[in-house]
Ligand binder design. Structure first.
Ligand code: PDD
Length: 280
């Protein structure tokens, strides 16, 4: 695989970052995951905009190559011959050559890393026909989940808790209401209405979420942006999640209770179909 590090395209085994890099020592980094379908980047502009916002919120410098990010993404797709998969991008506050809680001075340049993940068959994943089973767990992440940081230990723990329970993912609960999945936004469906948590600092503002809600409106579906409980979700007609890595994925079981018929519902299936059609 050819990866990108601070201005250079290199074979992955030649790519290095300092052990003092603040993403390594402090999780002082932000990231984006952009999907690739048929060799085409999906929603690149949305990801670039959210990256800029994450950097601003953390007073992190933009990497020098910020305006070249689209070209870099395209070059990595080409060099690695990616038809279906993802591009991972990370910016960290860089390395001042020592460990210090205070941010380094402005002459310390951010670290920019990108690599591809080849996932042939991603769009036709058989999992979309089965649906995800999720468990609920307490949301123990920090309070600024609208910033896409590399502090992913708790979401990783959540994924492991889900696996240990024989499930695919975990929905996180705060003050009795679902925030989101470990790496995706959460939705329920009642009749013709799609319900998903309103935007705020409690959840990541998903790029896939924005696209799917736009397609849902165009398809005359109703949308309610509000929080919901696990009990409401278990009693809903359908449930699903969205993210750049799963697109629209039905959820068929929550904490052992079947949602609807316990099989992927028609609205989730239709939204997945529209999303893939519009993206390809
Ligand atoms: N995760 N919520 C969280 C906590 C996420 O980590 C993600 C994305 C989303 C969905 O955002 P988007 O639609 O922009 O992908 C929601 C990526 C895919 C990841 O961490 O791999």
């Amino acid at each position: 695989r050819t990866v990108y590090v601070n201005g250079e395209y290199l074979p992955e085994e030649k790519a290095t970052v300092s052990i003092f890099d603040r993403s390594f020592l402090m999780a002082d980094g932000v990231y984006e995951v952009t999907s690739v379908l048929g060799g085409k980047l999906i929603d690149f502009a949305g990801h670039a905009k959210r990256l800029e916002r994450s950097l601003n919120e953390l007073e992190m410098q933009k990497p020098d190559a910020f305006d070249d990010l689209l070209d870099i993404h395209r070059e990595l797709v080409r060099l690695n011959d990616i038809d279906e998969g993802m591009i991972y991008l990370q910016v960290s506050r860089g390395s001042a050559g020592d460990r210090d809680f205070a941010y380094p001075s402005a002459d310390v340049k951010p670290t920019l890393v990108l690599f591809t993940q080849n996932k042939p068959g991603l769009a036709d994943s058989p999992k979309a026909l089965e649906g995800f089973k999720v468990i609920s767990i307490d949301d123990q992440r920090w309070g600024r989940r609208d910033i896409k940081t590399t502090q992913l230990l708790y979401p990783s723990m959540g994924k492991m808790m889900a696996k240990a329970a024989g499930c695919d993912d975990a929905w996180m609960i705060e003050d009795g209401h679902v925030t989101e999945g470990t790496s995706n936004n959460a939705y329920i469906v009642k009749g013709n209405t799609i319900i998903t948590r309103h935007l705020g600092t409690e959840i990541l503002h998903g790029i896939t979420r924005a696209a799917v809600l736009r397609f849902a409106k165009e398809a005359q579906m109703k949308i309610e942006e509000r929080s919901f409980t696990i009990e409401e979700a278990q009693g809903a007609d359908e449930a699903f999640i969205t993210s750049a890595s799963t697109f629209v994925m039905p959820v068929v079981e929550i904490d052992g209770a079947a949602v609807g018929a316990g099989t992927p519902g028609p609205i989730a299936a239709r939204l997945r179909e529209i999303y893939l059609e519009e993206s390809r």
